[in-house]
Design a protein around this ligand. Structure first.
Ligand SMILES: Nc1ncnc2c1ncn2[C@@H]1O[C@H](COP(=O)(O)OP(=O)(O)OP(=O)(O)O)[C@@H](O)[C@H]1O
Length: 618
């Protein structure tokens, strides 16, 4: 094995010779190194690349081009979204373009690309088609009729991109011939060599690979995660002297550096209530989000859950292939905003505008986290990946941190204020996009409205309507359950136990209040308690309760600092709130709602603002 020392463990694309001084300078250097004229790329391909928005080669492509073009076997490890597909597609297309053999009918393919998912196969085939209009590029994957694929084999093929099951089937039953195969690419190679695919891959390659490696096709292996065991399996197919190009290395961060990695603690029962708010705050009304679930059932249920405010569709293996393709196309085109997916979308899928990825369960496995989080922050864009986790799953985050070199920024569940801020920002953005001539048409009605309601109220109502806030839903701040209001009973002196608060409440409200108070817990500074009640109980408490010198009753608008329970020594009260673009909106120390005059706490501010969330029409 020959390892390129300059490439191994490198963290940027500038060959490690000259350190750039700034981001601008680094980009300039990358562009200079990746200029098309530095590579044997045909005019036709350059025209096609430019039409696709590619004006120079990305660092990983610059680094791998000559090696791939020279025919050497290579293993490439580079972070998600850095452009590995063109690392093989461009030089291999150029190699085939150089072939002067006529493109005869029935010609067998010269390039084979195997991928673990159908969606990835389709995507890679489209990348090949974008840069070569001349070659016959075929995409073979399961869940589709054989007829067209068999017809293509008879017609002649230059490049086959496919999933192992269908490709094997076509070899065995439909005369797909790999006799003259010159180049083999295993994309997401660690997955291709893993249990689910290893046997099929072995069967496919055994049709062409001989014991004498010099007779074998050029073998190119790519992934963002190349564990050590993978190299052992790979040896079987590689020339003895193969190159290893690694832009990740062992010491640096394995996940995309363009992604901000956040974690929000909330129990499983809370998640369904807060997911919509999380998406609103971190991705906005129109941003694209992928939510990863661990099961098809969960993906399906979540996509139909009305607590989700954005339009959502599921993507999982139980759907018909046609349906999978329609859903993915709709998501790419923006006909809906949230894709609720299982692992079928975890690897390779490239949808540049995805701003946010949410892992609905704590990440259990570091490499899987690298790929899932890598669905955002692609091709130099930034993105956010949020992992939801139960207090008992904190260890999962620590494992991922240790293995990938990332540090999760722990943030709290978004508050009503965060949601309102984000919704109105969206609404203002939509206002800005209305053409001036259309605005002109509405000015008369606006004048009437301003006269009737006043400018402020009229505009506020319009913003609320545009942002889809059709009602204010009350929600517990302690566990996010809808239909509850969180209140605080503040003591003027420290208390040792919550029973002291219970006694005082019962003295004023009567014994029957006992069953109407939920989840009572001590404030972190021991200066009182907070608990959940139903809105009707809040009303009767507000009517009966009288603040004393000792106790003051208020409605919480953000979660106060509370003492961690025994099961979790880092409760949600210790969290800060983050928002889109990573800004920190820590409101832990803000006051908990207005205190009513005349000794009655909470009246006026009442349940309206406590623990609420905007409920949107879908
Ligand atoms: N040189 C380039 N200039 C502009 N865009 C590029 C360039 N190379 C690749 N891209 C774009 O970057 C995006 C990511 O590329 P690609 O899907 O190949 O990444 P990847 O490294 O294979 O990611 P993953 O590991 O997740 O599969 C794609 O949208 C691709 O079109």
């Amino acid at each position: 094995m020959k390892v390129d020392p300059s490439a191994s463990n490198a963290t940027s694309g500038n060959d490690g010779n000259e350190e750039p001084k700034s981001d601008d300078e680094e980009t300039k250097m990358e562009k200079a190194a990746g200029a098309f004229e530095n590579f044997p790329i045909s005019k036709e391909t350059i025209t096609n690349l430019r039409a696709k928005g590619v004006s120079y080669l990305f660092p990983i492509q610059t680094k791998t081009f000559h090696t791939v073009y020279s025919g050497k076997d290579v293993v490439v490890q580079a972070r998600t979204g850095t452009g590995k597909t063109f690392c093989f597609a461009i030089p291999l297309v150029e190699k085939l373009n150089e072939d002067k053999e006529p493109l005869a009918r029935g010609r067998p393919p010269k390039i084979l690309v195997l991928t673990p998912t159908r969606e990835l196969a389709i995507q890679i085939a489209n990348e090949f088609r974008a840069i070569s209009k001349k070659l016959k590029i075929c995409c073979f994957y399961g869940g589709t009729p054989y007829q067209q694929q068999v017809f293509s084999i008879k017609e002649g093929i230059d490049v086959v991109i496919g999933t192992p099951g269908r490709v094997r089937d076509l070899i065995q039953n439909y005369h797909l011939n790999f006799g003259v195969l010159k180049h083999v690419v295993l994309d997401e190679v660690d997955m291709m060599f893993d249990m689910g695919f290893a046997e099929q891959v072995e069967e496919i390659l055994s049709a062409r690979y001989k014991s004498d490696p010099t007779e074998n096709p050029q073998t190119l292996l790519f992934s963002a995660t190349c564990p050590n065991w993978m190299y052992n399996v790979a040896k079987k197919y590689m020339q003895t002297e193969y190159e290893k190009i690694d832009l990740v290395g062992h010491r640096s961060q394995k996940a995309a550096i363009t992604v901000e990695h956040l974690a929000i603690e909330c129990t499983r029962s809370q998640r369904v209530h807060v997911l919509g708010d999380i998406i609103q705050v971190y991705s906005g009304r129109l941003g694209k989000t992928i939510v990863f679930c661990d099961s098809k059932l969960e993906a399906h249920e979540l996509s139909t859950n009305c607590a989700l405010k954005q339009s959502a569709k599921p993507l999982h293996g139980d759907l018909q292939q046609k349906e999978r393709e329609v859903i993915l196309k709709g998501f790419r085109q923006g006909t809906f905003q949230v894709l609720i997916a299982t692992n079928v979308a975890a690897r390779g899928l490239d949808i540049p505008e995805v701003d946010l990825v949410v892992l609905y369960s704590a990440p259990k496995e570091a490499d899987a986290y690298v790929h899932r989080s890598g669905r955002t922050g692609r091709a130099g864009r930034t993105g956010i990946c949020i992992s939801l986790y139960d207090p008992r799953e904190s260890y999962c985050l620590r494992n991922v941190e240790r293995s990938t070199g990332i540090t999760f920024r722990r943030v709290g569940v978004p508050s009503l204020l965060n949601v309102a801020e984000s919704s109105s920002a969206d609404a203002i953005k939509s206002l800005e996009s209305v053409p001036a001539d259309v605005v002109e048409h509405f000015k008369g009605y606006a004048e009437e409205l301003i006269e009737k309601k006043g400018a402020l109220t009229a505009l506020a109502a319009a913003l609320a309507h545009i942002s889809g806030a059709t009602s204010i839903a009350q929600r517990s701040l302690l566990n996010m359950e809808p239909g509850f209001v969180t209140v605080v009973l503040q003591s003027s002196v420290p208390i040792n136990t919550i029973s002291y608060a219970w006694r005082s409440i019962k003295e004023q409200m009567g014994e029957e209040i006992d069953s109407q108070i939920h989840r009572m817990c001590m404030l972190k500074d021991s200066m009182g308690v907070c608990f959940d009640i139903r809105p009707d109980t809040l009303q009767s408490m507000q009517e009966k309760w009288t603040d004393s010198r000792r106790w003051q009753f208020t409605v919480a608008t953000v979660l106060p600092n509370i003492q961690p329970s025994r099961s979790d020594m880092s409760g949600p009260g210790n969290r800060s709130f983050g928002g889109r673009g990573g800004r920190s909106n820590d409101r832990r120390n803000s006051s908990f709602g207005r205190r009513g005059r005349g000794g009655r706490g909470g009246r006026g501010s009442g349940g309206r603002s406590s623990g609420g969330g905007f409920r949107r029409g879908r």
